[in-house]
Write a protein that binds this ligand. Sequence first.
Ligand SMILES: [Zn+2]
Length: 440
Amino acid sequence: MYDLLVKDALIVTCNPEHSVIDGAVMAVRDGKIALIAPAQSDVSGTLEAKNYISAKGKMVLPGLINMHCHAGDSLFRGLVENLPLEAWLNRVWIAEKAILTPHTTYLGSVLGFAENLLSGVTSVMDMFWYPHEAVRAAQMLGMRVSTGGLFFDFPGIGERSHEKYIEEAREFSSSYSGSTDVFPCVMPHGAYTVSPEHLKDAKSIANADGGLFCTHAAETRAEQADIQNRYGRTVIRHLDAYDLLGERTVLAHCVHVDDGEIDLMAKSGTTVVHNPMSNLKLASGIAPTAQMQKAGVHLTLGTDGAISGNDLDMWLAMRLASSLAKGVAMEPAALPAKDVLHMATLNGARALGQEKHLGSLEVGKQADFIFVDVNTAHAVPLFDPITHCVFGAGRSDVSDVFVAGEQVVKDRRLTRHDLSETLIEVQDLMPAIKSSLEDA
Ligand SMILES: [Zn+2]
């Protein structure tokens, strides 16, 4: 007896072979995928389950994995516009400092994670203040999160000393070690805001608990020039000099990297998170993804926060990633849809160290899956489901979301939380958020 049987499914597995199975049945038991079988197979008519659901007219995909987000910053969406990264960050930090408490961080995290979940994202890597609040929000909604202690060289929210940053990062990492829905990460902001010594402190905390290390890297030309001036080398070489690259390292952006730096990232197994929408809107540039892919860099995809993007839309990120790579290289075969879909699923799982459990629909993995409506004007006829995922589908097509077999989005609504409560509370906070920048 299975817990759930999904019938009539057009399954885009996102497995290493990019298999697509039409008219399949998928069985779930104890939160995991117990069976996937073609409709015409001997077993499909005889399976028994406590619950049945028809996926007729839908594609079934693994939950997407957004590898770079600042969910709490959803409180500040649209507040700071038309500035380059550095000037923009200075304004954002003023607003964050005025507004953020553990409670408002929770509120912003619920908002940001709800946007992710409703668009089919089931796992997020999130960098923000008060990471326990992000965990609380993610667990309340029923999704997975990778987060942990943030590091800056300046005191930041809550006037933290470096010792305090270390203590908090340690405490967080050890409290979620071995968890199946929280993947601890240590998150120094960047090489231009955190000294080499402090970056090393962060890495040693990640190493001690087998956790991840994530930082922003090589996002803008100004950052490259700053690191070059201060340390006499480029950003990725600077990180390499302190032994900060490797399979447990996740670098967000990597827009301005040369051939040697791409080589360093490929050889060390470092993960790069491509955030095309954020990079375009902040006018940071276009990451050389096709070149990185050719060199063997492990590529994943992210939205960045809603203050740069200005939304958290992985479908837009997929479409931009493939289109930009093709357009820049003037090569229509560059970064094809199947590889971009992997960037948003299986590659993210590998980056999180969860490739045995997440990122594709395969027997034995967690039952994190989504339904995407394909009975629509923009999907019929559907000759190529994988291409449709990247170039035709959008987040409003996501109708249902399951995490570990539990339905957490049903008919485009959260099942565990009444979002209107959060929206009212955020509306009430709006005047304070707006006035936080009035004298700045
Ligand atoms: Zn970021």
